[in-house]
Design a protein around this ligand. Structure first.
Ligand code: RFL
Ligand code: PHB
Length: 402
């Protein structure tokens, strides 16, 4: 694809994942010029099978960005999910427990496709397959980005850089070590995921704590399923035939699940490690980190993409306030506001991960603690309400003074 590469823009966005594309679209709608620089090709970005659950806050934001039409047509609204433990299912009735809140099941792949189409329609440049991306002069007010594209070197001057380049990107790595603090927890297991064109085993998601480890029954549509299994970090994807996957999933389900499970060939299979990670602050000079570039949650709480969306909401508002009113307020409070929300989602994701996975290396007392906690959580309405409230997503202004 031929793109003409400008020499200057208002906001340079690094990364064309959901965070970068959504930010680009919100800024475009507000008349703010931006250029997206992405290391991979579009097909590669679309080939990564990841999130599936959107909070209402994210749904609203996609509507605001003008990209929600297909999501409302094809996405599935879920009012509850199930937790399976000791052969019994317990439903978390999100709608009833939260005064009417729900979530939307719509794949990250589809969302990214919608955002890519909107980007193309906007006519703003997206430079895919850019290499050697580097950030310069980010401490001051005249930063620029250098990169290579089709064998040529380029420089893009800008007012601000949005680092939306994920956990392994260049943006966070460009911040001097002495001004950044990183918090990290790596879990001793990963998730083996399988996508298949088979009807989901149940209408709602099922989070399973079984003696053989965690499993999750998720979905993308009424004919496409997404399943996950907790596996040791040493596990290799080559060792998992489709049949082996289905067999292990059956062993972690209840009788009803085993009976209803429809299996078929996998469309995709991959292993993802689990990690909790936060980098503070999310701003250094004219560089702002958003999404996985600044924080990672284990996927158990379905929070990663939703946090990326709320970061982008705060960041786009901050840039809009700056360009339209000359105000630095949003820019100066960006990191603090995001981190307040991020830590609550980090806490919930860590807690829900701890509740639902096996941790044999922690010894017998921790499994007894876990059993006691599950017994409490699954029989207390107060605990169920707390799970529901966090799962649907806390309000954007949660904890802010009135
Ligand atoms: P992404 O999606 O990683 O996109 C970053 C983009 O930046 C590009 N890039 C670079 N570009 C230029 N120069 C460089 N040097 C670059 N380095 C990298 C990359 O190629 C890429 O295109 O980050 P973003 O946009 O912040 O989006 C975050 C989400 O992708 C992530 O949080 C979620 O997928 C997490 N997640 C889930 N989140 C949810 O909200 N709900 C879920 O149900 C959910 N399920 C999941 C998940 C993540 C999973 N994995 C694989 C970790 C399930 C799984 C299994
Ligand atoms: C997914 O469908 O990929 C999915 C759903 C819920 C989660 C994590 C992943 O908590």
């Amino acid at each position: 694809m031929d793109v003409s590469i400008p020499k200057r823009t208002q906001v340079a966005i690094i990364g064309a994942g959901p965070a970068g594309l959504l930010l680009g679209q919100l800024l475009y709608k507000a008349g703010i010029d931006n250029v997206i620089i992405e290391r991979q090709a579009p097909a590669y970005v679309l080939g990564r099978i990841r999130a599936g659950v959107l909070e209402q806050v994210s749904v609203d934001l996609l509507d605001e960005a003008g990209v929600g039409e297909r999501m409302h047509r094809e996405g599935l609204v879920h009012e509850g999910f199930e937790m399976l433990w000791e052969g019994r299912r317990h439903r978390i009735d999100m709608k009833q427990l939260t005064g009417g809140k729900k979530v939307m099941v719509y794949g990250q792949t589809e969302l990214t496709r919608d955002l890519m189409e909107a980007r193309q329609a906007s006519g703003l440049p997206t430079i895919y397959e850019a290499s050697d991306v580097a950030l310069h002069d980010i401490a001051g007010t005249h930063p620029h980005v250098s990169f290579a594209y089709q064998g040529q070197s380029h420089q893009l001057a800008c007012d601000f850089i949005a680092g939306c380049d994920g956990f392994h990107g260049v943006s966070r790595a460009s911040i001097p070590r002495n001004v950044i603090r990183e918090y990290e927890k790596v879990y001793p297991f990963g998730w083996l995921g399988l996508l298949s064109d088979t009807p989901p085993v149940s209408d709602e998601l099922i989070y399973v704590n079984s003696p053989r480890g965690f499993a999750l029954c998720s979905q993308r549509s009424r004919t496409r399923s997404r399943y996950y299994l907790q596996v040791p970090l040493t596990e290799r994807i080559e060792n998992w035939s489709d049949e082996a996957f289905w067999q292990e999933l059956r062993l972690r389900l209840d009788d009803e699940g085993r009976e209803r499970l429809i299996t078929g060939p996998s469309l995709e299979k991959s292993i993802a490690p689990l990690r909790s990670f936060v980098s503070e602050p999310l701003r250094f000079g004219s560089l702002f980190l958003a999404g996985d570039a600044g924080h990672i949650v284990p996927p158990t709480g379905a929070k990663g993409l939703n946090l990326a969306a709320t970061d982008v909401k705060y960041l786009s508002n901050a840039f809009i306030e700056y360009y339209q009113q000359g105000s630095l307020e949003g820019i100066d409070t960006y990191s603090e506001r995001c981190l307040r929300r991020i830590w609550k989602a980090e806490r919930f994701s860590w807690w829900f991960t701890s509740l639902m996975h096996s941790f044999p290396e922690d010894g017998p007392i921790s499994s007894r603690f876990q059993e006691a906690e599950l017994e409490y959580v699954l029989h207390s309405e107060a605990a169920a309400r707390s799970i529901a409230e966090n799962y649907v997503g806390l309000p954007l202004d949660f904890g802010e003074e009135a």
